[in-house]
Write a protein that binds this ligand. Structure first.
Ligand SMILES: *[C@@H]1O[C@H](CO)[C@@H](O)[C@H](O)[C@H]1NC(C)=O
Ligand SMILES: *[C@@H]1O[C@H](CO)[C@@H](O)[C@H](O)[C@H]1NC(C)=O
Ligand SMILES: *[C@@H]1O[C@H](CO)[C@@H](O)[C@H](O)[C@H]1NC(C)=O
Ligand SMILES: *[C@@H]1O[C@H](CO)[C@@H](O)[C@H](O)[C@H]1NC(C)=O
Ligand SMILES: *[C@@H]1O[C@H](CO)[C@@H](O)[C@H](O)[C@H]1NC(C)=O
Ligand SMILES: *[C@@H]1O[C@H](CO)[C@@H](O)[C@H](O)[C@H]1NC(C)=O
Ligand SMILES: *[C@@H]1O[C@H](CO)[C@@H](O)[C@H](O)[C@H]1NC(C)=O
Length: 357
């Protein structure tokens, strides 16, 4: 038995060289052809996407010069636009890609400040709270029409830039028709490639105080008879911060829970759209956070600035008339941390005023 297997082993090499050579040659040929095919295919799809892009531009802009289309990853294509405004020509920037965004936030969450920071970027137009006007959000068609106008660069506000926009958007409070019409709006965001920037406040108690103070200010108007939601000087901030609201302790927990739910619900509704969640406190503590936002919008990095001055800068306990009651109400609840989370502020009034410049 052993002898026969031996002979087989010894005989085999004598027979094989020609067959082996043929097999190797065939294998090499098949490999070569396969590699060529793969290469061709890649070149093909590559040129195809480029070609499609150029067609899209020409179709939308009816420009005859061919744009230098950036080499986009597939996932990026739906987010890049070449709007053709009806009200002006984009001239030398007609071929600059534009991205669409919406800042989704709640009142008194620092979105005004955040927006001025974004608008200090030379290539960003964030057009404010366009849906604070009731008429514009009466029905879905009205909402979509107004968004079309913004994204086509035909909306004019003090923030509108010239033809060299790289990102255009606006800010939208959750209670301005956004939640009621979330299905249609999500559809629109996905179809148009709108990126959502959620801006929330971690400390909802501070937000509540700011809401109460701002609503008091609407009636009392301590700044020479004008209502100001945002201020630009330490003196104005000091005057506004003098008012200490009284918080209804019966409703406190319920109200905080509602705010928390609203924020979570918003993220859930729009989670199928490209989005980022930014917290006001994080930006306040670390301005480099804004780089993440610029990256998200694919903007060239700039140092972003705002002239707004923070209104409430003293410890929370100084800002509420019935602080002891509030403290008692929140102790032992999941909101207890709101009582202690103060910013890293200095004690002298001069340095306590944070200048956002
Ligand atoms: C582009 O070319 C077409 C045909 O050549 C011409 O009719 C059209 O006016 C041109 N458009 C612009 C914006 O130059
Ligand atoms: C939607 O509201 C606008 C006003 O903003 C009104 O002119 C229009 O008729 C309304 N459309 C529908 C379908 O209700
Ligand atoms: C930003 O704006 C400047 C000046 O208007 C322009 O030269 C530049 O091309 C723009 N950058 C982008 C990315 O659009
Ligand atoms: C109110 O107006 C007076 C006179 O115009 C001015 O001197 C003062 O600074 C103003 N105060 C505030 C808080 O704006
Ligand atoms: C707090 O809110 C409750 C419910 O709305 C109300 O009954 C109560 O009078 C309020 N308390 C104060 C002090 O305003
Ligand atoms: C959307 O929400 C669902 C359920 O809350 C979650 O499982 C999923 O990961 C979310 N998707 C994205 C893209 O965030
Ligand atoms: C500030 O934010 C940047 C970007 O998110 C991060 O890399 C950095 O570590 C942060 N710095 C501090 C001091 O937290």
């Amino acid at each position: 038995m052993e002898a026969t297997t031996d002979t087989v082993v010894i005989k085999a090499p004598k027979k094989s060289p020609l067959i082996l050579r043929m097999v190797v040659l065939l294998f090499a040929m098949v490999c070569g052809v396969y590699i060529c095919l793969v290469c061709l295919k890649q070149i093909n799809t590559h040129t195809k996407t480029k070609f499609l892009n150029i067609i899209a531009i020409n179709h939308q802009n009816q420009i005859n010069q061919s744009c230098q289309v950036p080499d986009l990853e597939k996932s990026e294509i739906g987010y890049v636009h070449y709007p053709k405004p009806q009200t002006f020509k984009r001239k030398e920037c007609a071929c600059n890609p534009v991205r669409y965004f919406a800042i989704l936030s709640m009142q008194r969450s620092g979105s005004g400040w955040f927006e001025t920071l974004l608008n200090s970027h030379i290539n960003v137009s964030s057009n404010g709270e366009i849906f604070s006007v009731r008429d514009r959000r009466l029905n879905v068609s009205s909402i979509l029409k107004n968004m079309d106008k913004v994204y086509n660069l035909d909306w004019f506000s003090s923030a509108s830039k010239n033809e060299c926009n790289a990102a255009v958007g606006f800010k939208w409070m959750l209670n301005q028709g956004l939640m009621e019409n979330h299905e249609e709006i999500l559809k629109y965001f996905k179809k148009k490639g709108v990126s959502a920037i959620f801006l929330f406040r971690r400390n909802l108690l501070r937000r509540m105080i700011s809401v109460l103070a701002n609503s008091y200010d609407k009636d009392a108007k301590p700044l020479n008879g004008t209502h100001k939601s945002h201020v630009h000087s330490p003196l104005e901030a000091e005057i506004l911060a003098k008012y200490k609201p009284k918080i209804n302790a019966t409703l406190l927990i319920r109200d905080l829970a509602q705010d928390e739910e609203a924020a979570a619900k918003a993220v859930e509704y729009f989670n199928a759209t490209r989005h980022i969640v930014v917290y006001y406190e994080d930006v306040l503590n670390n301005r480099t956070k804004l780089n993440e936002v610029q990256d998200f919008l694919r903007l060239p990095h700039r140092e972003l600035k705002s002239r707004q001055v923070k209104i409430h800068t003293t410890p929370l306990s100084n800002q509420v008339e019935n602080w002891e009651t509030v403290e008692k109400t929140l102790k032992g609840t999941s909101y207890e941390t709101f009582l202690h989370a103060d910013y890293q502020l200095h004690s002298s009034p001069q340095s306590a005023l944070i200048h956002f410049t």
